[in-house]
Design a protein around this ligand. Structure first.
Ligand code: MF3
Ligand code: CO
Length: 248
């Protein structure tokens, strides 16, 4: 069942999402050559606790950290570590909080120092794919219109969408119905209605879409070793169209 939210509930989800956006902004400002992802994780956690919120991922199905930090060919769910980021890496930062009864969820991919042309293009195509998907998050459309817009933009640029992970409804739970694949057919899926809140999150590989899970049980990497990027916003469907709740 898809849970529709009232204006008041959307306001409260927005409060959670603001903390997500602030943390991602802070992280963007300190991400540079030589920093470790565990340092980024500590910053995210202390900032969140100071705001009176809780990191949403820590402890979720046993996940050990506040952030997911996925470097280069890591797709999602990379675990923060003492490995230093190197010049030319790209790092995807995924972060969620729980605040006063509601969740917010967002992700960005950042270049470390100067990115290669290929990495820069992957990042901008993934970010733009998220925008293309969000544009379709409006009443009168179907859920897979979002999926299809993402897929077409990504594949039109020669990249592939990951199929093993999906976006999701979000609210009083981190993961609510519906599941939101990043591929699909226009005109299919549930009707989009005012009050739906969705985490839209394209994961895009420079090569093939297949992924492999590492022995840590979490880290998903591209099967062919190609680079991967991830952007995510929590979005509400309103009578005036899509509203991005995790915008900076
Ligand atoms: N943004 C991802 C999601 O919505 C992050 C989940 S990581 C986990 O599923 F650790 F919480 F599993
Ligand atoms: Co999510």
């Amino acid at each position: 069942m898809i849970i529709l939210k009232s204006t008041d509930e959307i306001k409260r989800i927005t409060d959670a999402c603001r903390i997500v956006a602030e943390v991602l902004y802070e992280i963007q400002n300190i991400t540079e050559t030589g920093i470790t992802t565990i340092e980024l994780d500590r910053l995210a956690e202390s900032f969140t606790l100071k705001k009176g919120a809780k990191p949403a991922f820590k402890g979720y199905r046993g996940y050990p950290a506040s952030l997911c930090t996925s470097i280069n060919s890591e797709v999602v769910h990379g675990i923060p570590s003492v490995t230093k980021l190197r010049e030319g890496d790209i790092v995807s930062i995924d972060f969620g909080v729980y605040y006063r009864g509601f969740y917010g969820d967002g992700a960005i991919t950042l270049p470390v120092g100067a990115a290669s042309l290929a990495a820069g293009r992957l990042i901008s195509v993934t970010k733009e794919a998220l925008s293309k998907g969000i544009e379709k998050a409006a009443t009168g459309n179907r859920l897979f219109d979002i999926s299809n817009a993402i897929q077409r933009y990504v594949e039109g640029n020669g990249f592939s969408v990951v199929r093993n992970f999906v976006g999701h409804g979000i609210g009083r739970e981190l993961h609510e119905e519906p599941q939101l694949p990043n591929f699909g057919n226009k005109g299919e899926g549930p009707e989009l209605m005012e009050g739906m809140t969705l985490a839209v999150e394209p994961m895009v590989n420079a090569g093939g879409w297949e992924v492999v899970i590492l022995n840590d049980g979490w880290t998903a990497v591209t099967k062919d070793g190609s680079l991967s990027a991830h952007f995510e916003h929590t979005v509400a469907i309103t009578k005036d169209g899509p509203r991005v709740l995790t915008a900076l």
